[in-house]
Design a protein. Structure first.
Length: 201
């Protein structure tokens, strides 16, 4: 029975949202590409952050053929679907999906206009996860049911891709981060449940 921990291997494909330079997503992408030779797809809605990430990977000695950047707003389901279609068209598979994109905002006093900020936070932190799972996970599961490769002693591949939580901070309680936690809490719980179910199949 396979575990739920992703074991990166050379030639794998990883899609990482919120991967603009300077954040956790970028750090994960650099680690996978430099240490494990995984092809990383860095996704962000900030073109400047993606450009900085691309330059930083090159400076770190990672060949440009080993990574790509995709300008995508995860709160837009159409953009996320286009992202998934593009990745599968070029790479044919996704071995690791890291839903790291998330936003937060300063706490406002009661009575101030907070509706727009709540809606924006949930659009990215919650529905960004919904959009990505809808676009990617069925195809990742299909890699198990209808694999294009055969598992042999010389090709000991994991039987399916792995999807990672957006942020475990959504399960914590931190004063002043109520919108961020509210947006991330249920996706984190859902992914924990999904991975437990997959590990039993």
């Amino acid at each position: 029975m396979p575990g739920t921990v992703y074991k990166p291997k050379a030639g794998d494909t990883a899609v990482i949202t919120g991967a603009g330079y300077g954040g956790i997503g970028y750090a994960v992408a650099e680690l996978l590409a430099s240490r494990f030779k995984v092809h990383v797809v860095l996704v962000d809605r900030d073109p400047d952050a993606l450009e900085q990430a691309s330059k930083a990977l090159v400076i770190a000695g990672i060949p440009e053929s080993d990574f790509e950047t995709r300008l995508t707003d995860v709160s837009d389901p159409d953009e996320v679907l286009q992202l998934a279609n593009a990745v599968y068209e070029v790479r044919g598979k996704v071995d690791f999906l890291h839903l790291n994109a998330g936003i937060s905002a300063k706490v406002k006093a009661y009575g101030q206009d907070i509706v727009d900020e709540w809606q924006q936070t949930f659009a990215v932190n919650l529905f960004g996860v919904v959009n990505a799972t809808s676009a990617f996970v069925d195809r990742m599961i299909a890699q198990v049911r209808f694999p294009s490769w055969r598992k042999t002693s010389s090709n000991p591949r994991e039987p399916w891709g792995k999807a990672n939580l957006p942020d475990l901070a959504g399960l914590a309680r931190r004063p002043g981060h109520h919108r961020f936690q509210a947006g991330h809490h249920q996706p984190a719980r859902n992914f924990c449940s999904l991975q437990r179910l997959q590990s039993r199949e």
